[in-house]
Design a protein around this ligand. Structure first.
Ligand SMILES: [Zn+2]
Length: 69
């Protein structure tokens, strides 16, 4: 089961797009993906360097609505 959630306010480190970052939980693994440029970052292996560990970041989670067909 794959869960995809937008991370509100997150900025893509590759293309700079805001609110385009999706957190994807796929069973055991978690990665984040930019829907604007396709950037994928594995959150299991390397924590994002742009988030200081001493400041607890509480991302606002928004549920993705499926595209209408
Ligand atoms: Zn991007």
């Amino acid at each position: 089961m794959t869960r995809r959630r937008f991370i509100a306010g997150a900025t893509c480190p590759q293309c700079g797009a805001i609110d385009k970052i999706v957190r994807v939980e796929d069973g055991e693994h978690i990665h984040m993906e930019c829907i604007a440029c396709g950037m994928i970052r594995n959150l299991d292996e390397a924590p994002p360097r742009d988030q200081p560990t001493d400041a607890p970041a509480i991302p606002q989670v928004i549920t993705i609505h499926p595209l209408k067909k």
